[in-house]
Structure formats: structure tokens, C-alpha cells
Design a protein around this ligand. Structure first.
Ligand code: SAM
Length: 437
């Protein structure tokens, strides 16, 4: 059987995300399996990420270019057109190659008209380039390449910063490493990277972090398989310091997968904390298992719904609780551009309610005198400072513990890092203390 070509696969991934609600993180690896290692995988990745990053703009361009909208069942052809437009205007592939390769991919679509349409739209797009550029200037959704509801909400929450946030969301995120403090130091590991031909710089605020000058495959990272290093954004690496788990403490990581913070808490405590990691999704819990195995760490893993403590809790209160809550992920759009297509405005209220419910449960298992760190990778105030405000209003045994930190900005409660600030992802943290030691 002929190998599927890279543009067909890219269109399939874009369609699975936009038409079927799959995440890029699950759709792309499946598609990658059809290609060998090397440059065609890199192109597939670029086409998928780019087409999703600019999807709102590409939608607007397609509206202009198509005489009539495609029928719902022809959405896969729309996805191929998006991929074609992205390659035409954002990559250096010569026009003739984009057109001929995308038309060739369209021939595989079992729709006799598709190749002709793709040919006409892509050629026309180049001819009408000036109009497309004008549209990307004048229309906000096309210009910022974000859905209208998200632009509106970010503008309301961040009247001074919203444009910068939108631009940062369209930028490429750096690859940041977390050096395993139990095995080596960032300085020593940086030298090992240099020997392997990889440049890296210390991160400004995360003590264990190194930011690679250029992203690399993890297989190229010295000692990765042996657990010397992990991949984790610097903002996410601030959680373990805020939690400040001490030797021997009983610690809960309440929403644990894929386990980046679980592992960091253990590394910092040299494995000498009694840590329980709860995760509702069994598939994602396997990733926690793999991570801990690679790093040679151990924790008690409970695949369960946090909201049902009777299923996972032995009744012994925790001195430290990290609640890294499920959220809109609006702070990490630069790493997950599929969020622009997958997230709906109506999800936000639902997420906020779930976060409050999880906060209540996490609080109920915290020992008096204990500390809870609430974290999200959201930049929407309702999921962050306003959630903490609601929580503090209904709990009189809770008080906020101030975060004295040079990073991010103080909110009415907690601290917010906006995407791209000091190279970090958008992240929110608040620390809460329970009265009565
Ligand atoms: N702390 C993780 C890390 O640093 O690698 C990331 C956690 S992610 C933001 C949130 C996780 O919470 C997801 O894996 C999700 O499946 C899990 N989750 C959502 N609802 C949950 C619940 N009711 N009980 C336990 N886990 C839940």
C-alpha cells in the first residue's frame, strides 16, 4: 500500500481536531506513525501546528475565497485547504510545489471535484493576496487568529495586555528542561548539553530549569532515558517551590497526570515525602507511572475521582496539597494551538464550577495548619483570582498565604504569569493556609 503523503495526514489531523474534537496531542502521534523519522515528520508537525495556530485567520480567508461554504460532510476538504493556505503563506515551499502537492493530496479524497477546487482556491489565493492581507489587518479575529469570544474575554480581563497576550499565543514556545536535582545540577547538565552540541540558558526564576536555544528531540538529551532531565515549562516548575513539601510530610498531588509536578515535588524532597498522586483518567495515569519509572521515583498512585475521597483516601490528612486543576488552558495556547478550536466559551463556566468543587474536596483532606497550592494554566480571572475569592468567602478556616515572588503579577488573590513573560507559559498560583495547627 502506498504511504499516505504528509499533506493528506496533516489535513486528517486538522480535521480530527476541528471536526471531531480530538486533541492535537492524540491526533498527531497517530498520524506520525505513518511516516518514517526525519524531515517529513517535521513538516507534518509544522503543517498541523501552523494550520491550527492560524485557523481563525485561515477560516476568514476561506470564507472570502470560496464562492459558497463547503458542506459539513466535505469538512476534510476544508481542512486540506487550510493546510494548503498555511503552507502557501507561512512556509518557504515554492508556490508550484504547494499547489501541485496539495492537489495531489486532494485526489485521494474520493470526491471528483476536490482536486479542481483545491487548485482553483490556492491559485486564486495567491492572486488575491492583497485582499487577504487587508482582511488580516482589518478583521480582529483574522488579525489575532483567535476566536472572537476569547479575544473579548482577554480584553475584558487584561485591558492593558490583551494584544500582547494574543501575539504571544501565536509565538513558538521555547523547550524548557527540568534538571533532576537528585542526580545533577543545572550548571553541570548545561555542560553535558554543550558537549552534545545543544545550547541552553538558565531560566530566570525556576532554579532547576534550563531553556534550550533550539528545541530538540528528547532522544538527543544526554541522560534523558536514565532520568537526569525532564521537559517542563519554567512556570510549571514554580509549583514545587510554592508547595514547599518538607521531609516526611504527607503530600497530595490532587490532579496529577502527566506527572510533571508529581516528579518535581519528589525530586526536590529527594524522594523523602509520602506522596499520593490522584488522577481520574487511567490512560493519563499511565504517563505518571512511566515518568516516575524513568526518574526512579515512587509515589502512591490512585486512579480515582478526587471528588470521591472514599475511593482513594485512608482518612489521614495531608500537610501539603497541590491542586493543579483542570482548566481552560488559555495560558498554554502557544504550546497547544488546538485549544483555539476545541475550547468553547460555554466551557468556562462549567470549568469554574468544577474547579470550585475540586477545591472544596482538596481542602477537606488538608490537615489543620497545612498548605494548599491552587494552580491553573489559565489566564482567565474567573478560574483564578475570582475562584479563590469565592472560596475564601465560603470558608472561614482558610486564609491566603502571600506569594512573595519576583515573577508574574499580584492579583486580588494569588499571582498570575501571562504567556511569554520571561519566556514562561501563562500560569496562575495561589497559596492557602488552613487554620488551627
Ligand atoms: N499536575 C499535572 C502535571 O504537572 O503534569 C497536570 C494536571 S492537568 C492540569 C489536570 C489533570 O486533572 C488532568 O490530567 C485531568 O485528567 C485531571 N482531573 C480532572 N478532573 C479530575 C478529578 N475529578 N479527579 C482527579 N483528576 C482529575
Amino acid at each position: 500500500m502506498a504511504k499516505p503523503d504528509v499533506r493528506t495526514l496533516a489535513a486528517q489531523v486538522v480535521h480530527e481536531v476541528r471536526g471531531q474534537g480530538r486533541s492535537l496531542g492524540t491526533a498527531l502521534p497517530t498520524a506520525e506513525q505513518h511516516l518514517g523519522e526525519g524531515s517529513s515528520r517535521a513538516l507534518l508537525r509544522e503543517l498541523c501546528y501552523g494550520s491550527l495556530r492560524y485557523a481563525p485567520r485561515l477560516d476568514a480567508w476561506l470564507d472570502l475565497l470560496l464562492a459558497q461554504p463547503l458542506r459539513r460532510r466535505d469538512a476534510p476538504v476544508g481542512a486540506l485547504l487550510q493546510v494548503g493556505l498555511y503552507e502557501l503563506f507561512f512556509l518557504r515551499t515554492p508556490d508550484y510545489a504547494v499547489v501541485s502537492e496539495t492537489v495531489r493530496a486532494a485526489r485521494g479524497f474520493k470526491r471528483p471535484w476536490a482536486a479542481k477546487l483545491v487548485n482553483a482556491v490556492l491559485r486564486n489565493a495567491r492572486r488575491r493576496e492583497g485582499e487577504l492581507a487587508a482582511l488580516a489587518e482589518s478583521e480582529e479575529v483574522a488579525h489575532y487568529a483567535h476566536p472572537a469570544w476569547l479575544i473579548r474575554r482577554l480584553r475584558a480581563d487584561w485591558p492593558r495586555d490583551w494584544q500582547r497576550i494574543l501575539d504571544e499565543n501565536n509565538a513558538r514556545a521555547p523547550m524548557t528542561l527540568r534538571v533532576n536535582a537528585m542526580r545533577t545540577t543545572p550548571e553541570a547538565y548545561r555542560e553535558r548539553l554543550a558537549e552534545a552540541g545543544l545550547g541552553a540558558q538558565p531560566a530566570r526564576y525556576a532554579a532547576d530549569a534550563l531553556v534550550l536555544d533550539e528545541p530538540a528531540d528528547v532522544a538527543q538529551l544526554p541522560g534523558f532515558a536514565a532520568g537526569e532531565v525532564s521537559v517542563q515549562d519554567a512556570a510549571a516548575q514554580l509549583a514545587a517551590g510554592l508547595l514547599d513539601a518538607q521531609t516526611g510530610q504527607h503530600v497530595l498531588d490532587a490532579c496529577a497526570a502527566p506527572g510533571g509536578k508529581t516528579a518535581h515535588i519528589l525530586e526536590r524532597a529527594r524522594g523523602e515525602v509520602d506522596l499520593t498522586a490522584v488522577e481520574v483518567d487511567a490512560g493519563r495515569m499511565r504517563r505518571v507511572e512511566d515518568t516516575l519509572a524513568r526518574l526512579g521515583l515512587s509515589a502512591r498512585l490512585a486512579t480515582a475521582d478526587l471528588a470521591q475521597p472514599e475511593a482513594w483516601w485512608d482518612g489521614r490528612p495531608f500537610e501539603r496539597v497541590l491542586l493543579d486543576a483542570p482548566c481552560s488552558a488559555t495560558g498554554v495556547i502557544r504550546r497547544h494551538p488546538d485549544i483555539k478550536s476545541l475550547r468553547r466559551e460555554e466551557d468556562i463556566e462549567d470549568l469554574t464550577r468544577r474547579q470550585q468543587a475540586l477545591l472544596d474536596v482538596a481542602w477537606s483532606v488538608l490537615a489543620p495548619g497545612g498548605r494548599l497550592v491552587y494552580a491553573t494554566c489559565s489566564i482567565l480571572r474567573t478560574e483564578n483570582a475570582l475562584n479563590i475569592e469565592r472560596f475564601l468567602r465560603r470558608r472561614d478556616d482558610a486564609r491566603e498565604l502571600p506569594i512573595e515572588a519576583p515573577w508574574g503579577q499580584a492579583e486580588s488573590h494569588g499571582r498570575q504569569i501571562l504567556p511569554g513573560e520571561d519566556g514562561m507559559d501563562g500560569f496562575y498560583y495561589a497559596c492557602l493556609g488552613k487554620d488551627g495547627a
